[in-house]
Write a protein that binds this ligand. Structure first.
Ligand SMILES: Nc1ncnc2c1ncn2[C@@H]1O[C@H](COP(=O)(O)OS(=O)(=O)O)[C@@H](OP(=O)(O)O)[C@H]1O
Length: 297
C-alpha cells in the first residue's frame, strides 16, 4: 500500500502522500480548486531518460498541473478503472493541462491501445537518451538496490565469446526505441508524439522546454530564467525567477555515478544499437546523434 498509486520513482518518496491527493499538483502556491480531470498529456518514457527532470520543469508552468507520483495506470493499475485514475489527478481549472509521467508505458504492449481508448487526442511525450548510456543508468539503479547482482558485462551477453547481446534483458530491450515506437504508431500519428532529447535536456533545458511548451500549446513561460546549472550536482536545477530562494535540484537518485564498463562491451553495444537507432531516426525524422558519442557519458 505504501506504493499506491504505484510510484517506483524513488525521487519523490517524501512527497507521495501530498501528491497523490492532488496537493502540490502544479506550480507551488497554486490554490487547490477546480476539478479532477483525466490527463490530456502524458510523459510515457523512457525509463532513465530524464522523465523526472522534464515533469518537474513542465509543472513549473502555471497552466500545467501534474501528479508527482507515477500512477502506473496503463500498465499495473488498469483494472482499477478510469474513475480511480481521474481521482489520482490534481484539480485543474479550465485551460490548465493535467499531466502525469510513467516511463514504463513506452514499453508496455497494451498501453497504446489503452491510452487511445481513453482519448485518441492524448499528447504523448517521450524523453529518449542514448540507449547505451540509458542501459548503464538502468543497471546502476538496479545495482543501488541490489548490490549483489552480476556485473553489467555479464548481464549484457547471452554468449560473450560469440558476442551475442542479450536483448531480452530489460536494460537492453528498453533501448530498442524503433521497435517500441512502432506499436505507438499503430494508434497515434507521429505528430501526437513529441520526442525530447535526454542529452539536450541537460545541456539546454530551456531550449527543450520551449519545444515541449509549443507542442502542448502553452505559452513559453518556462525559459532560461527557470534554470540554474549547479556545478556540484552537475545538472541544471529549477528556480523560480521571481524569488531568490535556492534552486531546487533533483535528489541523489538522479545523476548517479555509473560504474566503469569495459570499453569493448560498450563498443559491442553501440554496434548492436546502431541499426535500431538509424531506424528510429528515419521513423521520427530526427537524428539524435548517439553515434557521435565516445563511450558512456
Ligand atoms: N536536471 C536534472 N537533474 C538530475 N538528473 C537529470 C536532470 N536532467 C536529466 N537528468 C537525468 O535523468 C536521469 C533519470 O531519468 P528518469 O527521471 O527518467 O529516471 S526514472 O526512470 O524515473 O527512474 C538521470 O540519470 P543518471 O544520471 O543515470 O542517474 C540523469 O542523467
Amino acid at each position: 500500500a505504501a506504493r499506491e498509486p504505484g510510484a517506483p520513482d524513488d525521487e519523490l518518496a517524501g512527497r507521495r502522500a501530498a501528491d497523490a491527493s492532488g496537493d502540490r499538483g502544479g506550480a507551488a502556491g497554486t490554490p487547490d480548486y477546480g476539478e479532477k480531470r483525466l490527463p490530456q498529456a502524458l510523459i510515457i518514457g523512457v525509463k532513465k531518460g530524464g522523465t523526472r527532470a522534464l515533469l518537474e520543469a513542465i509543472r513549473a508552468h502555471p497552466d500545467v498541473r501534474a501528479v508527482g507520483v507515477e500512477p502506473h495506470f496503463f500498465d499495473r493499475n488498469y483494472d482499477k478503472g478510469l474513475d480511480w485514475y481521474r481521482n489520482v489527478m490534481p484539480k485543474t481549472v479550465d485551460g490548465q493541462i493535467t499531466m502525469e509521467k510513467t516511463p514504463s508505458y513506452f514499453v508496455t504492449n497494451e498501453a497504446p491501445q489503452r491510452i487511445h481508448s481513453m482519448s485518441r487526442d492524448t499528447k504523448l511525450i517521450v524523453v529518449v537518451r542514448d540507449p547505451v548510456t540509458r542501459a548503464i543508468s538502468d543497471y546502476t539503479q538496479t545495482l543501488s538496490k541490489k548490490p549483489d547482482i552480476p556485473t553489467f558485462e555479464v548481464l549484457a551477453f547471452k554468449n560473450r565469446t560469440l558476442g551475442l547481446i542479450d536483448a531480452s534483458w530489460s536494460a537492453i530491450r528498453i533501448g530498442i526505441y524503433a521497435l517500441h515506437l512502432q506499436s505507438w504508431l499503430r494508434y497515434f500519428r507521429l505528430a501526437q508524439i513529441h520526442l525530447v532529447s535526454g542529452e539536450r535536456l541537460i545541456v539546454d533545458p530551456a531550449g527543450e522546454m520551449a519545444k515541449v511548451q509549443d507542442f502542448l500549446g502553452l505559452t513559453r513561460v518556462v525559459t532560461e530564467k527557470h534554470f540554474y546549472f549547479n556545478k556540484t550536482k552537475g545538472f541544471p536545477c529549477l528556480k523560480k525567477p521571481e524569488d531568490s530562494s535556492a534552486p531546487r535540484c533533483l535528489g541523489k537518485s538522479k545523476g548517479r555515478t555509473h560504474p566503469l564498463i569495459d570499453p569493448e562491451v560498450i563498443l559491442r553495444l553501440r554496434k548492436f544499437y546502431k541499426p535500431f537507432n538509424m531506424m528510429f531516426y528515419q521513423m521520427t525524422g530526427q537524428d539524435f546523434q548517439w553515434e557521435q558519442e565516445e563511450g558512456d557519458k
